[in-house]
Design a protein around this ligand. Structure first.
Ligand code: PPE
Length: 308
């Protein structure tokens, strides 16, 4: 889907017009992939646009930068305000928001230390990441031939730009083979995550998810919300190492992420998951999630931060 421009992009403290948000071709991060970013969604609520879990996303941005040794030259509050400003300026009820911290123009070479640290925040309308049909009826998932980064080679806890070469390779492979999404395993065969989503498996009434830090998966903010929702609905949620066959034997499975939201998995490697359509536990969790992001669930109201 081509990008739909919005009014303003926040760049290093200033709101600039969408078409003027330009950088130099010798921007350091463009060459070496040292950058960190976030993906955040705003949803329509009865009080105008509400940003889902804005503060945890900004905290993770600072944590990712800390891992990479990048000093963000702004306070957290300033980034929170920047997100709110671009959403307000867009006039949209709901949108996807992309804060990016990158090393700018000034020096080249692999030592990034002399480079300036630049920050931008943009937003745009983004529909269902894995399609409306995927959210309703489930997606076809394929285990990738690409392994997830090994934590000894890459800082997997950071949401860093260069890490996504791995995700893109896996995504393209899966899409070219006719699947909707790829699932990455660790180098020793444990389930890690999707190219941009965490994974949950339902078996015998229990919900299982891999322990993110030991399988090189991102600690998802959506996954955290889903764990809370599932437990509040009375389900047991357990962190457990999983192998691909655990998916073949699952009663239900689903992916979670800011862009993807909550997406049922209909099949994995052409084997149906459960009945091959969204199961009752996935449905129940999806329903509460889509109400929660719109500020409609009193106990999760704090998850929604309004922009005005
Ligand atoms: N794992 C990965 C690798 C990942 O990129 C994401 C988010 C998640 C898990 C889920 O994290 P969270 O959003 O906090 O629940 N992926 C972002 C980027 C997607 C993109 O295509 O770009 C996102 O969903 O915004």
């Amino acid at each position: 889907m081509p990008l739909t421009p919005t009014e303003k992009i926040w760049m290093d403290g200033k709101l600039v017009d969408w078409d003027d948000a330009r950088i130099h071709v010798l921007t350091h991060s463009l060459h070496y992939g040292l950058g960190v970013f976030e993906g955040i969604r705003a949803y329509p609520t009865s009080q105008g646009p509400g940003v889902f879990r804005l503060t945890p996303h900004v905290d993770r941005l600072f944590q990712s930068a800390h891992i990479l040794g990048m000093a963000i030259p702004f306070e957290r509050d300033e980034i929170v305000d920047a997100v709110k400003a671009v959403v307000r300026e867009s006039g949209l009820d709901g949108c996807y928001i992309r804060p990016l911290v990158y090393l700018g123009y000034g020096e080249m070479g692999l030592n990034p230390m002399p480079c300036p640290v630049n920050v931008s925040v943009a937003c745009w309308p983004w529909g269902a990441y894995l399609g409306d049909d995927g959210i309703r009826n489930g997606i076809r998932l394929k285990v990738s031939s690409w392994a997830r980064h090994d934590a000894r080679a890459m800082p997997t806890a950071a949401k860093a730009t260069g890490m996504y070469i791995n995700s893109s390779l896996a995504k393209v492979e899966a899409v070219k083979a006719g699947y909707d999404e790829a699932l990455l395993l660790t180098t020793d065969g444990h389930i890690s995550e999707g190219t941009g989503e965490n994974i949950f498996v339902v078996r015998k009434g229990r919900i299982l998810t891999p322990p993110s830090s030991s399988v090189g998966a991102l600690e998802g903010i959506t996954a955290d919300a889903i764990t809370t929702i599932a437990r509040d609905l009375g389900y047991e949620v357990v962190e457990n190492h999983l192998r691909r066959t655990d998916l073949y034997m699952a009663d239900e499975a689903f992916l979670t992420g800011t862009a993807a939201e909550v997406v049922p998995i209909a099949s994995v490697d052409d084997r149906s998951v459960g009945a091959g359509k969204p199961g009752p536990i996935t449905r129940a969790i999806q329903e509460v999630f889509f109400q929660a992001v719109r500020g409609e669930v009193p106990q999760y109201k704090d998850w929604v931060e309004h922009v005005t």
